[in-house]
Design a protein around this ligand. Structure first.
Ligand code: FAD
Ligand code: SF4
Length: 476
């Protein structure tokens, strides 16, 4: 795929990858074998019929490809850009069984089709038959967006409650513009509003409106509050000026325009030399954003880069842009002068031959420590579940890390006995199928919860009509 040259893109926030043109899309689609038993579909967390949509692209029938794709994948412009395809659909593509073959670039094709439809102003059309029931969605991230779309399509009156002044969750406040332009997320949000989904901004459920009130006013609730609580390293010096969490740093750029001073009045000054710690997408995003603010970036990771959980393409982009990878180095202390950060003390690691649960070699400290002087330091080692709602609602049971317990077969929050409450996305961690933490997993949860909310509510009405006592058999 064409992309902006690294030397020029580090000076702007415009999208790095520029997408396929029609000729490229047809050429790439034509490599697909249209397998009788396609493995790509199995590799996709939402089971998209990939070979079917690709077959339309091959023929140049982009509109049909779009309608086919959006039967199970409502937001292809988003997922085509951010899904970790290498470990999902593309990772399973049969074509690469033959040595030297690259998998079909399914994500690029998905993105092409989504963008093509957006340019042509084509969107799926639904005949919505109102059912008179209402569902409240807490959180407007990918899980909430998907649940809202699926529920609205089948006639529910749907309201999304969002704590922030913009919708989209991490898609809006976390992932930077150069990876996922905000106009794309806004376009999808607008499509939701066009089919009748209402969004109430600046509304923190648990504070602005109580959960109890929401239960009384609605027939069902979906909780998609995500994992927006920054995780700290627990090392000395994290309180120093110049130390940021990735969450704060990215929000200040994405939502508060900190990179657009003086047009926006909340600038951020990272100085000339910045350390970032972490090896996931959040760390890559933080490092690449800080680079675009003009700093020299050093990325600390406790293992080596082949074990980084970030998407391969993001690692390649970061390297091409000049980010310095400091493998096997683990910050253990931040020190400063007059309350301002001056240095990072890091320990030098080695990798043992023992593997952890994820199959990666376990790092250990060698005992050697070194010092790195810098102006800012960004902690990007992950996030914890958002606790605002659950802290105030003792009947929403969580594990000791704050993930809401759900019934893994239907995503119901069974600890809430008096309402149909479901949850999905990052707030449930990886309870469902052992997977989670990605945009497509969150969307898959939203879709599944929507189907079950409908099934439970219909069943409840049916039982009520037959005057059966209101004890509900939760197995559907
Ligand atoms: P979120 O997207 O976190 O949205 C939750 C929403 O709920 C937020 O808008 C929040 O304000 C709102 N909310 C919280 N509490 C309340 C409340 N009490 N009342 C009202 N609203 C509330 N995944 C990928 O697949 N590919 C990537 O490239 C990728 N990159 C990432 C980069 C970054 C910087 C981050 C942070 C994550 C990335 N992820 C990526 C992970 C992915 O974004 C998440 O898994 C996904 O967004 C989770 O969706 P969600 O709907 O559960 O929650
Ligand atoms: Fe095409 Fe690969 Fe899917 Fe086969 S597995 S249908 S080659 S994308």
């Amino acid at each position: 795929m064409r992309e902006q040259d690294p030397n020029s893109r580090i000076k702007n926030f415009n999208e790095v990858a520029l997408g396929y043109d029609e000729e490229q899309a047809i050429k790439e689609a034509s490599r697909c074998l249209s397998c009788k038993k396609p493995k790509c579909k199995k590799g996709c967390p939402v089971n998209v019929d990939i070979s079917e949509f690709i077959s339309h692209v091959k023929e140049g029938n982009f509109e049909e490809a779009y309608h086919d794709l959006t039967k199970s994948l409502l937001f292809p412009c988003i997922t085509g850009r951010v899904c970790p395809q290498e470990s999902q659909c593309e990772g399973s593509c049969i074509i690469q069984l033959k040595e030297g073959n690259e998998p079909i670039a399914i994500g690029n094709l998905e993105r092409f089709i989504g963008d093509w439809a957006m340019k042509k102003r084509i969107s799926p059309s639904y005949e919505i038959i109102e059912n008179g029931k209402s569902v409240a969605i807490i959180g407007s991230g990918p899980s909430g967006m998907m649940a809202a779309a699926e529920l609205r399509k089948i006639g529910f009156y749907v309201t999304i409650y969002e704590a922030l002044h913009e919708a989209g969750g991490v898609l809006t406040y976390g992932i930077p513009e150069f990876r996922l332009p905000k106009r794309i997320v806004q376009n999808e949000i607008h499509k939701l509003e066009k089919i009748g989904v209402k969004i109430k901004y600046n509304t923190l459920i648990g504070a602005t409106i109580s959960f109890e009130d929401l239960k009384l006013e609605n027939d069902g609730i979906f909780i998609g509050t995500g994992a927006g609580l920054p995780r700290f390293m627990g090392i000395p010096g994290e309180e120093l000026v110049g130390v940021f969490t990735a969450n704060e740093f990215l929000v200040r750029i994405n939502l508060m325009g900190a990179n657009k001073f003086p047009d926006y009045h909340t600038p951020i000054n990272v100085g000339d030399r910045v350390g970032v710690v972490g090896g996931g997408n959040v760390a890559m995003d933080s490092a690449r954003v800080a680079l675009r603010l003009g700093a020299d970036i050093h990325l600390f990771y406790r293992r080596t880069r082949e074990f980084m959980p970030a998407r391969k393409v993001e690692i390649e982009h970061a390297l091409a842009e000049g980010i310095k990878f400091r493998d096997l180095m683990n910050p253990v202390e931040l020190s400063g002068k007059d309350g301002k950060l001056t240095d990072v003390v890091y320990s030098i690691n080695k990798l043992s031959n023992n593997l952890d649960k994820s199959g990666r070699r376990i790092p250990y400290e060698t005992g050697m420590k070194e010092r790195f002087s810098c102006d800012s330091f960004i902690i990007a080692i992950g996030q914890n579940p958002n606790p605002v709602l659950t802290r105030l609602q003792p009947n929403i049971k969580t594990d000791n890390r704050g993930y809401i317990f759900v019934n893994c077969n239907n995503l119901m929050v069974e600890s809430v006995k008096d309402s149909f409450v479901f949850a999905g996305g990052d707030i449930i961690g990886n309870q469902y199928n052992g997977r989670g933490g990605t945009v497509i997993d969150a969307m898959g949860h939203g879709s599944m919860a929507a189907k079950n909310i409908d099934a439970f509510i219909q069943r409840f009405i049916w039982k009520k009509r037959r005057s059966i006592p209101q004890s509900i058999d939760y197995a559907i």
